[in-house]
Design a protein around this ligand. Structure first.
Ligand code: TYM
Length: 417
C-alpha cells in the first residue's frame, strides 16, 4: 500500500467512526477490536472476547460522549484532557446533568475504586489519572473505595493475607497519582464498613435476587457473599449526600466494566431520596497478548507499576502486535494498527494526535516496523513508571492523610475485653 493509499485508508476509517473535536480536527475514537463481529462479554469481573464499544453502548443503554459535552467541559475547565480528546473516555450516564448542576453551583463528588487482587497495572492508572484531572479542574472531593471483600469473595483461591498486602500496595499507587489529601478519602471495605453498612442495607432491601441475577449474571452456584456484595459498591454513591447533609451529585469515572453496579444503584436511588449517580466510562487498555484487556489476574497481560525497567523492556519486546510475520511482508503489506496493543498504548497515553496519525499511516503502509514502535513504547513507558515508583516511595508516609479515620493501616482488629 502506498503512503497515499494508507492516508486514504485512515481517512475512510475516521469517516466511519470519528467525531469532530472543538478545534475542528478529526479525533479518532476507533479502538482495538471494533466491529470484529465476534462475541464478547463485559462484566465487572471478566472481559472476554473482542469488545465492540458501539454495541456495548447499546447493550448497556449508556450514551456516547458527544461534542456538546466535550465543549461544555472545555468551557468550564479551559482545556480538554487527551483521554477525552482521543475518546478513550467515550460513554457516560448523566454527565450533562452533572455539568449543569456544577454551573448552578451544586458541586459534585467524584467516586472511584480498586479491587486489590494484585499489583496495579497501566489499565488501572487510566481512570485514576483522569479522575485526578477532574479533581484538579473542578476542585471537588473524591471517595476512593477499596473492595477487598469483593476480591476475597470472587476468587476461590484468594486469602485475606494476600489481599491485605495488595490493599497496601495499591494504596501507594493511588496516592502516587497525586490526589489532593484534603479532598480525598480512601474507604477500605473490611476496615471501614461502619461508614457503608447502613446505606448498603438500604440498597440491598430494594434489590431482588432476580434483578441481581439479570444485572450481574449470578447463578445458583454463585456464593452468597458475591450475591450480597453489590450494594456495598453502591453505597458510596449516596455517602456524599449524607456527608454534605444535602442532595449531592456524584460522578464515577471508571472503565465500562463497572457499569452494572451503577445500573443497579441508579434504579433505586430516587426511591431512597438520592440523586442517581452519573458516570463517565473509559474503554479498556488491551493486554500484552492477543485479545482481551490488561488484567491483574492475568499477569502475563500487564505492565505493572512495580515492574523494573528491564522487565518492562522484556514485556514490551514480547508483546503481540498487528505486524506481519517477516520484515519483507511488513514492508510489502503493512501492519494492522487497529489490532495492535503497542499502537493503542502509544495512542492512548504517549503520542500526540499528530504523532499517532503519522504512526498509523507509517505502520499500515509498511514504512514502520513493529520493533520501532516497541522501541518508542519502551522509551516512553520506562520514565513514566519510574516516576510512579518514586511517588510510591513517598506515599508510604502519607497513608494516614487519606484514610477515613486519619490513622495508618492496622490489621490488628482483635476485640479487647
Ligand atoms: P478493578 O480493581 O478491577 O479496576 C480498577 C479500575 O480500573 C479499571 N480497569 C481498567 N481500565 C482500563 N483498562 C483496563 N485494562 C482496565 N482494567 C481495569 C476499572 O474499570 C476500574 O475503574 N469493583 C471495582 C472496585 C471499585 C470501583 C468503584 C471501581 C469499587 N468502587 C467505583 C470504579 C468505581 C474493581 O474491582 O475495580
Amino acid at each position: 500500500m502506498s503512503a497515499e493509499e494508507a492516508n486514504d485508508s485512515v481517512n475512510r476509517r475516521e469517516d466511519r467512526i470519528s467525531l469532530q473535536d472543538r478545534d475542528g480536527e478529526i479525533t479518532s475514537h476507533e479502538s482495538p477490536n471494533i466491529n470484529s463481529g465476534e462475541e464478547f462479554n463485559v462484566t465487572p469481573w471478566e472481559v472476554a472476547g473482542e469488545v465492540d464499544y458501539t454495541k456495548l453502548i447499546e447493550k448497556f443503554g449508556t450514551s456516547l460522549i458527544d461534542e456538546t459535552i466535550v465543549s461544555k467541559i472545555h468551557d468550564l475547565t479551559g482545556e480538554i484532557h487527551p483521554f477525552l480528546k482521543n475518546r478513550f473516555f467515550f460513554s457516560h450516564r448523566d454527565l450533562d446533568w452533572i455539568l449543569r448542576e456544577y454551573e448552578k453551583g451544586n458541586k459534585f463528588y467524584l467516586y472511584t475504586g480498586r479491587g486489590p487482587s494484585g499489583q496495579v497495572h497501566l489499565g488501572h492508572l487510566m481512570p485514576w489519572l483522569f479522575t485526578k484531572y477532574l479533581q484538579d479542574k473542578f476542585n471537588v472531593k473524591l471517595i476512593f473505595q477499596i473492595t477487598d471483600d469483593e476480591k476475597f469473595l470472587y476468587s476461590e483461591h484468594s486469602n485475606y493475607d494476600s489481599i491485605c498486602h495488595y490493599t497496601y500496595e495499591n494504596i501507594l499507587d493511588i496516592i502516587a497519582i497525586g490526589f489532593d489529601p484534603n479532598k480525598t478519602r480512601i474507604i477500605i471495605n473490611t476496615r471501614d464498613i461502619n461508614y457503608l453498612y447502613k446505606l448498603s442495607t438500604e440498597i440491598a432491601k430494594r434489590i431482588t435476587f432476580s434483578t441481581a441475577k439479570a444485572v450481574f449474571g449470578f447463578t445458583n452456584s454463585t456464593n452468597i457473599g458475591m450475591i450480597g456484595f453489590p450494594p456495598i459498591q453502591g453505597a458510596p454513591c449516596f455517602l456524599p449526600s449524607l456527608i454534605e447533609g444535602k442532595s449531592t451529585p456524584v460522578l464515577i469515572p471508571a472503565a465500562i466494566d463497572q457499569d452494572p453496579y451503577w445500573r443497579m444503584t441508579r434504579d433505586i436511588a430516587e426511591k431512597l431520596g438520592y440523586p442517581k449517580p452519573a458516570q463517565i466510562h473509559s474503554k479498556f487498555i488491551p493486554g500484552l497478548v492477543s485479545g482481551g484487556k490488561m488484567s491483574s489476574s492475568k499477569p502475563d497481560t500487564a505492565l505493572f507499576t512495580v515492574d523494573d525497567p528491564e522487565t518492562l523492556e522484556t514485556k514490551v519486546k514480547n508483546t503481540f502486535t498487528g505486524g506481519q510475520p517477516t520484515v519483507a511482508l511488513q514492508r510489502k503489506l503493512g501492519g494492522n494498527a487497529n489490532i495492535c496493543p503497542v499502537y493503542w498504548y502509544l495512542n492512548y497515553l504517549f503520542d500526540s494526535e499528530k504523532e499517532s496519525r503519522r504512526r498509523y499511516i507509517d505502520c499500515t503502509s509498511g514504512n514502520l516496523l513493529c520493533g520501532e514502535c516497541k522501541d518508542d513504547m519502551i522509551k516512553k513507558v520506562k520514565p513514566f513508571m519510574k516516576e510512579i515508583q518514586t511517588k510510591r516511595e513517598e506515599a508510604q508516609d502519607m497513608i494516614c492523610k487519606f484514610t477515613v479515620d486519619g490513622k495508618d493501616l492496622n490489621n490488628d482488629n482483635t476485640i479487647q475485653f
